[in-house]
Design a protein around this ligand. Sequence first.
Ligand SMILES: Cc1cc2nc3c(=O)[nH]c(=O)nc-3n(C[C@H](O)[C@H](O)[C@H](O)COP(=O)(O)OP(=O)(O)OC[C@H]3O[C@@H](n4cnc5c(N)ncnc54)[C@H](O)[C@@H]3O)c2cc1C
Ligand code: FES
Length: 269
Amino acid sequence: MALGGSKKVSHVVCEVVANDRISNSFYLLRLAAPSIATQCEPGQFILIRGLVSSWPYLRRPFSVYSSDSEAMIEVVYKVIGRATQAMRGMVEGDRFDAIGPLGTSFSPPRDTTIVVAGGIGIPPVAYYCQRYADYGGRMILIVAARDRSELLVPVNLLALGIEIITMTEDGSRGEKGTAIDGLQKALEAVGKPSRIVACGPVGMLRHIARISRQHSISCEISVEERMGCGIGACLGCAVPASSGGYLHACSDGPVLPAEAVDWGRWCET
Ligand SMILES: Cc1cc2nc3c(=O)[nH]c(=O)nc-3n(C[C@H](O)[C@H](O)[C@H](O)COP(=O)(O)OP(=O)(O)OC[C@H]3O[C@@H](n4cnc5c(N)ncnc54)[C@H](O)[C@@H]3O)c2cc1C
Ligand code: FES
């Protein structure tokens, strides 16, 4: 895990370049934000507030899905409430108030690396695969969702040499099974990888943390816990720490070593 602190955080007003529906459940928002695009690392997030009257009071956190490292960043989002509904209605030329990049990022891959995305956990790990596609090792991405309507497979990564295993719980696309079934399959294929990187629901992350501990595999997870302020001030994003007390997803994370989390306490709460 790398600290985002060495990178410069910007507070900018940026324009929508495109905002398109890309599947049943997902939209792709492209923003012109050079000061963020040049600084962001896979796993980091931005806090945004749409400058439209329908936006609720608070900014909302979104992982960076892609960056051209020069001018543009992309966010993939799912519509679940007021802010994302407002976001869906925004068009080219509309503006966002944005702060970023924020938080910690994933460590670069080593040798064979397995990457796991559950549901809307895909954006930060797809960016990870894109950024490090030419690192020289074998990278396997497991993309899992409940059914095909909840699945986003970044097929552009295939051309970059990333192997993709697609899983749906109802078997409507790819193989039938969960993200954990996909991980077991990848482990059988490659033996012991050097690193596992994951983002998705807490229950999935807990399983992955257990498997990586059992096999002594270095594992980093992104915890997309609900946030209030997003900058370490409100204590709204607490994650129980294995050392006692709490970590804050917005300032200590969102990327954390899996062993830093007290999974028993977190999954109870
Ligand atoms: C670091 C980080 C990165 C994120 N990256 C992405 C991303 O790339 N794409 C994406 O679509 N979403 C992402 N999210 C989640 C996104 O922030 C929420 O979907 C968004 O804030 C919802 O705002 P809303 O006003 O539309 O919904 P709200 O009205 O705020 O919420 C609607 C419902 O969803 C629940 N909810 C809201 N946020 C979360 C959450 N984080 N986890 C679980 N339940 C929640 C609420 O309890 C409520 O029931 C990320 C969250 C974090 C913390
Ligand atoms: S969201 Fe306020 S402390 Fe993390």
